[in-house]
Design a protein around this ligand. Sequence first.
Ligand SMILES: [Zn+2]
Ligand SMILES: [Zn+2]
Length: 317
Amino acid sequence: MKIILHFLPILFSFPLGFAQQEMKSYQSEYFYILVIDGPRFSETYGDSSCTQIPNLCKQLKPQGTFFENFSNNGKTLTVPGHTAIMTGVYQKISNIGAGLPKNPSLFQYYLKQSGKPSHDAQIISSKGKLNVLADSKNKTWQKETKPTSFCGPKGDVLRYGPDSETIKMVKDTVSSQHPPHLLLVNLLGVDTWGHGNNWNKYLENIRLTDRYALDLWNTIQSNPILKDKTTLFITNDHGRHLDGIKEGFKEHGDGCEGCRHISLLVLGPDIPKNQTRKNAAEMIDIPSTIAHMMHVDFPTGKGRFLSELFGNLENNK
Ligand SMILES: [Zn+2]
Ligand SMILES: [Zn+2]
């Protein structure tokens, strides 16, 4: 009898501890990802006076946790970058939208496991070619449980549309009575003017997207359904070449520090405020972190749960 009593606490404490660790519940129910396409870190947070991004730096950053050593460790192009954010896997994929991602996305896993309708997970993108993110090459998933996508002008899935139209559609969606639980947004202006080799327009579009980011956060907070229940990830698909490397800011796509070094700012009711994390993290960690917070099983994602968002500072060196 004595032996049984001795072991009882162990029998009871193990399943409880396990449950607490695995099933921690979060206040967030909605998870939105804003991808600002192609700014260099040196023109955003890397500039200590934050000349081009006053809203992100001075208004939003103090309300969230910022990762200053955040990277795209795969191919530093638009479709591969967004594919990594959606599927949690770096893979070779056409950058003109000629092929589908190999692996199912977090959005597909979520729709399948929740049984929610397609419009509960949405992709709204200025670049039409990002429509490929709505599906997967994987036979079991192809054409099944596809998120709703609206990519390119009037959703034509081909051309490039203005960010002003994209953000209008995003705001309509976010202000609605049935906002999606998952949303990915792509804004292209910075990248387009970079390729246009127009430095002033490139900077002007960084300032514009800075305003759009604040606008999106304010729109989220003004919908009572989303207020204090939404985590927003503000990030990039890639940077651009450092000065002196190939064509400099005009192009991107290799492994230089300018192309790899991007940023991540996370805001939401579960996220510590005014924190900067110095440890390395990368874009494939975004879907794994959301999957963990939503309790969605995401077996093909190769990233990690960013536990340092919630006070695990072991790696914060
Ligand atoms: Zn580009
Ligand atoms: Zn480069």
